[in-house]
Design a protein. Structure first.
Length: 110
């Protein structure tokens, strides 16, 4: 994360893509991302918006102290439709509304 801070970024999310793997139709899959606060000031993650209403984040809002990180859990309610899926989720913060944090979530429903 050091290079990001040198380039002027104040926050980051990892991993940029969460691969949930294979899941049964109708099941719930869980993925975890880590939000990194690269600045010395507190950061609030206010909420998240998924491309699919099947994705839920329940532990928001949260505050992350300066130079700290916090894990956020994403629950995906897998549909009864089989196939490969990939959706994006955007996390909104109190920092820069024009540059929200984005992650891709993918799975294969069998």
């Amino acid at each position: 994360m050091g290079l990001r801070w040198i380039c002027g970024e104040t926050m980051a999310i990892s991993p940029p893509r969460v691969v949930l793997g294979n899941a049964s139709a109708g099941s719930v899959s869980r993925g975890v991302v880590t939000v990194h606060n690269l600045s010395g000031q507190p950061l609030r993650v206010l909420g998240a918006l998924g491309e699919c209403n099947c994705m839920v984040v329940s532990n928001l809002p949260i505050e992350i102290e300066g130079r700290a990180r916090r894990e956020i859990t994403i629950d995906v309610n897998n549909s009864d439709q089989q196939g490969e899926f990939e959706y994006s989720m955007i996390f909104y913060t109190d920092r820069d509304v024009n540059h929200p944090l984005r992650v891709l979530v993918s799975s294969v429903v069998e």
